[in-house]
Write a protein that binds this ligand. Structure first.
Ligand code: SAH
Length: 248
C-alpha cells in the first residue's frame, strides 16, 4: 500500500510537500494561537513537518496518517530529530474515513483533500474527529486568476478549470459548507518555487544515480518540461492556501 512511486522520487527531499516555506508553516502555527497540549490530527501528514515543528514550538501533541511509507518514515525520523517523538505519532495507512478515537482540537488535511473526496467531504470527515469549538485546517489550491482556456488549467495540473475556484469564491464556499473562515495563510510565488523548483534538483540527482530505472524515462521527460511549464502556467495561475475553519 503506497502512493504512486513517482511522488516518492520527486518529493523525496521535501520536508514540506506543499507550497509553504518553513516560515509560512510557522506563521500558520502562530496564527492558530495553539494551547500547549492541544491534540492535532493530520490526514495526509506527509513527512510530518507540521506536527513535528508545532509540537516543538507550541507543545501540541498529534497523530498523522499518510499513505507513503517513505514520507511516514521521514516523519518519524524528524520527530526524533526535533525531540518530540513522545508527543507525535505517524501511522502509515489510508486516511480515507479515518476518525480519531479521542476528539481533537485541530483536525487538518493540508494538500490532500482527495482523501475526503473533495473539500466538502474532507470537512465532513474532519468534523467527525473534532471536539466542539475545534478548528479544521484545509489546504487547497485556488486560481490566482481565471485560466483563459482548459489547456492552461491542465498546464497547472488541474483536470478542468472547474476543479478550483477564485479566492473570493473559495472563501465564500466554506460558508455554504456551514463553516466560518477564522484564519488563513496563503502561499505566494516564491513559496511555490520552493515546492516546485526543489523537485528539479531532486529529479536530476535521482537520474544520475538511477539511469536504468523503469521510471528514468518519465523522470527525464518531466525534468525537461517542468521548469517552463511551471513558469508559464502554475506560477501565474495557481494559488494555494491553508484555510482555518470553525463550524457555524
Ligand atoms: N500535508 C503534507 C503532505 C501533502 S502532499 C504536507 O503539506 O507536507 C499529499 C500527501 O497525501 C502525501 O504525503 C501522500 O502520501 C498523502 N496521501 C495521498 N493519498 C493518501 C491517502 N489515501 N491517505 C493518506 N495519505 C495520503
Amino acid at each position: 500500500m503506497d502512493i504512486p512511486r513517482i511522488f516518492n522520487i520527486t518529493e523525496s527531499a521535501h520536508r514540506i510537500h506543499d507550497p509553504f516555506t518553513p516560515e509560512k508553516l510557522a506563521t500558520l502555527g502562530a496564527a492558530l494561537r495553539l494551547e500547549p497540549g492541544t491534540r492535532v490530527l493530520d490526514l495526509g501528514s506527509g513527512s510530518g513537518e507540521m506536527l513535528c515543528t508545532w509540537a516543538r514550538d507550541h507543545g501540541i501533541s498529534g497523530t498523522g496518517i499518510d499513505l507513503s511509507q517513505l514520507f511516514t518514515e521521514q516523519a518519524r525520523l524528524r520527530a526524533d530529530e526535533l525531540g518530540v517523538a513522545d508527543r507525535v505519532e505517524f501511522i502509515h495507512g489510508d486516511a480515507a474515513g479515518y476518525v480519531a478515537e479521542d476528539k481533537v482540537g485541530v483536525a487538518a488535511c493540508v494538500g490532500a483533500t482527495w482523501i475526503g473526496g473533495g473539500v466538502a467531504g474532507t470537512i465532513e470527515l474532519l468534523a467527525r474527529s473534532l471536539r466542539s469549538g475545534g478548528i479544521m485546517l484545509v489546504g487547497e489550491p485556488y486560481w490566482r486568476q481565471s485560466p483563459p482556456t482548459e489547456e492552461v488549467a491542465r498546464g497547472c495540473g488541474a483536470r478542468f478549470i472547474s476543479d478550483f475556484l477564485l479566492l473570493p469564491e473559495r472563501l465564500a464556499s466554506f460558508g455554504g459548507l456551514g463553516c466560518d473562515v477564522v484564519e488563513m495563510v496563503l502561499a505566494d510565488q516564491d513559496s511555490w518555487d520552493r515546492y516546485e523548483a526543489a523537485k528539479w534538483l531532486t529529479m536530476r540527482r535521482w537520474l544520475e544515480t538511477n539511469p536504468d530505472d523503469e521510471l528514468a524515462k518519465d523522470i527525464r521527460a518531466e525534468l525537461t518540461l517542468a521548469p517552463e511549464r511551471y513558469a508559464r502556467y502554475g506560477r501565474e495561475y495557481l494559488g494555494w492556501g491553508v484555510f482555518a475553519l470553525m463550524s457555524r
